[in-house]
Ligand binder design. Sequence first.
Ligand code: TRP
Length: 452
Amino acid sequence: MISQLNIMNTRVLTGITTTGTPHLGNYAGAIRPSIQASTRPDVDAFYFMADYHALIKCEDPARIARSRLEIAATWLAAGLDPERVTFYRQSDIPEIPELCWMLCCVTAKGLMNRAHAYKAAVDQNIARNVEEDDGITMGLFSYPVLMAADILMFNANKVPVGRDQIQHLEMARDIAQRFNHLYGKGEALFVLPEVQVDDDVATLPGLDGRKMSKSYDNTIPLFEGGSEAMRAAVMRIVTDSRGPGEPKDAEGSHLYTLYRAFASAEQSAAFKQALEEGMAWGEAKKQLCDRIDAEIGPMRERYAEYMARPDRIEDILQAGAEKARRLAVPFMERLREAVGLRRQVAPAPRADQQEVKARSKPARFVSFRDADGRFRFRLIAGDGTELLLSEPFADPKAAGGAIKSLQQPNALQILGQEAAGRVVVSLDGQRVAEFEAERLPQVRAALASMAE
Ligand code: TRP
């Protein structure tokens, strides 16, 4: 069923760039808390796959396609309820790039020059002694505008993101304010979104103890490769050289940090104590794997099921896009109007003309030559249904004459000679057409409308 959007609720929106395959750090840091937040009754969550953003970083179509699928399957397997959350793919909402262009037209280039991601790319070029903008696309440069469009399209109140995205939220507010000022005529077209950086969510350490990240190549896979791949990665976690029986510094080990992200307070305390009492690192790793599997195992099965049925994912995403567009389409209409791109409509007809139009609209005869070169006609109802098809006439005059006769007020009287559920139309003893008796009321109405 279609879930109702409650106006009083806080609209929370966030995008997931579809590059790469989700790892355990993504799960604990973003997927799990987002899904939890989406179950709150006072929240309307909008989670979408930012696949237009992915094009900025990746030019390999196969990887783009694969990542979109894996990420959708991951979120669904992890328990996201698409009935409750508006879960969609950015590229299924054509209003987003349309809005992006409108926003581009009010965004100062100087504002974009200051974006961290762009500046970092420029700095790298300077360090490499090449031209400042070398290899920098307009996609990368205007990325914050696209992100603003994502957010403003749905008038999100809160946008949970990582620290690296705070500046983009500030830019989205700037752009929204400027647009409101230019086109709002006193009313705010866009809500000013607020950034939400959650410092409580787990930032998982990777194999080497640094933040788990694809760019450090220190990740533990989430679902891909199954339990074996996860276990193989955990076995590669770097520990100190203390052997079995030697007391370990639990607080100082990232193995313990990882364990805590998947365990209750009691389980964590027991694990810590065991380490301090000399549990071997190998045993600790095994216990960590078991903990992860306890939470992830059932999801992994669902993940495999989704990945085996991409068509099911597609259906879910299409339903999500439909839900999202129920808001985006009318809002875009309003925005187009605000900037002066309103459709031209004919002046409203006078009431008396409207009436004539309504009455004279319906039925018509359409004549044509059939494949054998003979002349026939059809009677077409106002709504386009074919009511009857005539017999062939050798010459067009005869066909035209028949049409004329059928348009006479007395034509209605010729109808009604039913035989075996068919009505036969004859003129001067000649059979002109035949149609199903069921159609009789429609044919009568059509002919009556023409006779008037
Ligand atoms: N840029 C975000 C990131 O890299 C992803 C994203 C795209 C996003 N559009 C968004 C996040 C809109 C929040 C809102 O993490």
